[in-house]
Write a protein that binds this ligand. Sequence first.
Ligand code: FPP
Length: 245
Amino acid sequence: MAVIAPSRNVPTHIAIIMDGNGRWAAARHLPRAFGHRAGAEAVRRITEACAELGIRYLTLYAFSWENWDRPQEEIHDLMALLDEFLAREAPTLHRHRIRLRAIGRLQELPPATTVNLRRLMDETARHEGMTLTLALSYGGRQELVDAARRLAQLAREGRLDPQHIDEELLARHLYAPDLPDPDLVIRTAGEQRLSNFLLWQSSYAELYTTSKTWPEFTTAELLEAMAAYGRRERRFGRRTTVPVG
Ligand code: FPP
């Protein structure tokens, strides 16, 4: 696959709300676990496609803070799939020089999963291709609460004057302050909401939704989303560059 040359119209950072695994399974009269398994296949497919297309950062909403409220059996299935992904996809990450990272309240994950995750993050830490960030046990509001707690702690220790808290300082206390904000947020399965995903970072992201469920999301769908992004004019609150009237 051809690598798209970096340009103003190619997103540097794509973030995806992977939705519709359950509906994909239900439409096929299959248990939900089959939908999540098909979803994990899509994770591999789209990760490889993004790396080959020259996308610099891909962030996937793999397990939300709210997902802890799902039945125990489904949580177990999702964690098992994550473990399988971490064990099986290491060669894919190495082949494409992909660096793996994670954001979220990772301390809530099962200890064995945390070990597997940290191991693969360490093994890929020097890769200079795409950065793949998995949002795990992640919530945008929880991330802001955690940042507020850290700032309050610094203030209590006398190491921070609250008057010095500004956007830049708060952003530096998020889970992965060095990641650029997403340019394009894709959501599958027809829903049109952010569902607590990258609330701070998505302030000026372009949103793209598709009716396709996540297991149905192909490279062609990805290219369509990127093409739609390429047609958008990003103004960041400024006036349009085309004079009107
Ligand atoms: C939404 O489907 C998706 C999730 C709950 C999380 C995404 C998980 C995967 C893609 C599988 C494993 C991930 C990795 C990284 C190996 P849903 O169950 O909410 O679908 P529904 O809304 O149709 O019920």
